[in-house]
Design a protein around this ligand. Structure first.
Ligand SMILES: [Zn+2]
Length: 424
């Protein structure tokens, strides 16, 4: 049964204050050592005291649970969103994805616009009907793919003109045309077109790029015809905390239904990413969903959830699965990873992870999965993808539960040790 949908409804269920607890020493800061809070975060807090006019813009930061509702689809965050680039989470049926527990997946505007194209999408009444997905859909804006996949011909104030990666035909994407494409897809959450700042970039380059993205965000907001779907603005600013703060302030002038953080996980170190998140989060509106784009490694999820991120997406779990690489709890492998093709699994009757409740672990041995992988049997892609997506679902579910019961600060060391032992 396909859902009845309407504009996203957002409510805050539970919010814990990281900075307050951090300052009063309620929990051991050693547990948070991979969060690089000290520098940028304390700058923001000092500013809170110093700059009276900006006081209302700053928020306490910490892990939280929120509810997102789209008509009869309801879900609680923090959540990971599987990526269904061209209208399919690779190797999985919508039922596979739904039965793990996922209710919100990602589609790629750039890819869907090229294939199958918007004429067919309109004819089917949108992507939900086309792929028969009973949950909600978020579509990215295509900005990242334009920069990374296409051969750019021209990038100017109007938009991006490029030769597409399939047949080389010339296409122009503008903030307005991207809104139109996403309205044809009829996604529940639509992203504005942004210019993905190159990495590395100087402060001046990152500033010019961010400012263009902010002008594009304004145009995208004005271009909407269907105001019954959510539209998220995207924070840019490269690796510069001050530019990211400026970007948020610009985006706040438009009443976007949510705020995404873009331009991270583009090659910077994990330490750098945490530093920038720490600088950014106090300025993010408290009463809107917060989405960290393109991030999905277990240790990155854990640390970002602690800072108050609600939503994530990444191709990593399904891409890794297709390469035979699976996430496992520390009880199954000391570093949290397993490569199924290793000879050590040749005769193993064990499941991938004996503490995993997924369909694959309930039914199949490592030896069988290794055999399928070595024999290049397609079934292995599905089975390993189910497991990796279940792993991230379980990680976020465990964090949701710990936040809900107010025990997250006590449970954090155990969660980190269990799901991201390689990061300790
Ligand atoms: Zn499993």
């Amino acid at each position: 049964m396909l859902p009845n949908r309407n504009l996203i409804e957002f409510s805050l269920i539970k919010s814990l204050e990281l900075n307050k607890d951090f300052k009063t020493g309620k929990y051991d800061t050693a547990d948070l050592k991979s969060l690089d809070l000290e520098q940028e975060f304390s700058v923001a807090l000092e500013k809170k005291a110093a700059v009276e006019s900006e006081r209302d813009l700053l928020h306490t930061v910490g892990p939280r649970i929120t509810k997102l509702k789209f008509g009869n689809i309801e879900l609680e965050t923090p959540i990971f969103m599987p990526v269904g680039t061209v209208g399919s989470v690779k190797s999985l049926s919508p039922e596979d994805v739904y039965s793990i527990g996922y209710r919100l997946i990602l589609g790629n505007t750039y890819h869907l616009n090229l294939r199958p194209g918007m004429e067919l999408m309109r004819d089917f009444g949108g992507l939900h009907q086309f792929m028969r997905w009973p949950g909600a859909i978020l579509t990215d804006s295509g900005g990242f793919q334009v920069m990374s996949l296409a051969k750019i011909r021209k990038l100017n104030e109007e938009g991006a003109t490029f030769a597409n990666h399939i047949n080389g035909a010339k296409i122009t994407l503008t903030p307005e045309s991207v809104v139109g494409i996403q309205e044809d897809i009829d996604s529940d959450i639509q992203m504005v077109l942004d210019e993905c700042t190159s990495y590395p970039a100087t402060h001046a380059e990152a500033k010019a790029s961010m400012e263009r993205s902010m002008r594009w965000a304004q145009r995208a907001r004005e271009a909407r015809k269907n105001k019954n779907r959510a539209q998220f603005g995207i924070v840019q600013g490269g690796m510069y905390g001050d530019l990211r703060v400026q970007s948020i302030k610009e985006l706040r002038k438009n009443d976007f239904e949510g705020f995404a953080i873009g331009g991270l996980s583009v090659g910077e170190s994990k330490r750098e990413m945490r530093r920038l998140l720490s600088a950014t989060m106090p300025w993010m509106p408290h009463d809107k969903p917060r989405y960290l784009m393109g991030v999905g490694a277990p240790d990155d999820l854990i640390d970002s959830i602690m800072l108050g991120i609600d939503m994530f997406d990444c191709v990593m779990p399904t891409r890794n699965a297709r390469n035979g690489s699976v996430f496992v709890r520390s009880t199954a492998s000391a570093n949290g990873k397993m490569q199924i093709k290793n000879a050590a699994h040749k005769a193993s009757k064990e499941p991938l992870d004996s503490n995993c409740s997924c369909y694959t672990c309930k039914n199949y041995s490592r030896a069988y999965l290794r055999h399928l992988f070595v024999a290049e049997e397609l079934l292995v892609f599905r089975l390993l993808s189910i497991h990796n997506l279940q792993f991230l679902y379980d990680l976020t579910e465990e964090m949701r539960e710990a936040i809900r019961t107010g025990r997250i600060f006590e449970e954090l060391p155990n969660i980190r040790k269990k799901y991201a032992p390689g990061s300790i």
